[in-house]
Design a protein. Structure first.
Length: 147
């Protein structure tokens, strides 16, 4: 998590960074289940990861990313992050289908993706967006899932 610029003090960015922590914490269960190669355990761990990743990625894409995409300076970077979301989903499918050795690939991709956001996009957004832009992000971002 970025700790140098204070961008996590912006409500939506703080939320996304906290969700990143939850997602990274879920790696432990997924890693363990892939190592055991128990299909039911892997399926359960993948389902947990998907329950964390899917609403998180959706909220980023329809809120912050949609606002940033309007600025040509961010469009390519946002598109790349959206493609990373799709790639992460594809890795989870492989794990669910029994390609347990792909866990390391998934973990590297996930950690790199989170780094791109926490230490790249989020600090840049904190600088680039105005108050009205943040109001739009807040309005467009669905609330976090509870329970």
């Amino acid at each position: 998590m970025c700790s140098y610029c204070g961008c996590q003090a912006i409500t939506v960015i703080g939320r996304f960074m906290a969700e990143h922590d939850d997602i990274v914490n879920a790696l432990t269960r997924l890693r363990s289940s892939c190592a055991s190669q128990h299909q039911d355990e892997v399926a359960d761990a993948v389902a947990v990861m998907e329950r964390l990743l899917h609403p998180h990625a959706h909220a980023e894409e329809v809120g912050l990313f949609a606002t940033l995409r309007a600025d040509a300076e961010f469009t390519e970077h946002v598109d790349r992050l959206c493609a990373e979301h799709t790639d992460l989903d594809a890795h989870l499918v492989l794990l669910r289908e029994g390609e347990y050795t792909q866990f390391a690939v998934f973990e590297r991709a996930l950690r790199a993706h989170i780094d791109h956001e926490d230490n790249g996009l989020f600090p840049a957004a904190a600088i680039a967006l105005s108050g009205a832009d943040w109001e739009q992000v807040e309005a467009w971002t669905p609330p976090p899932l509870t329970g």
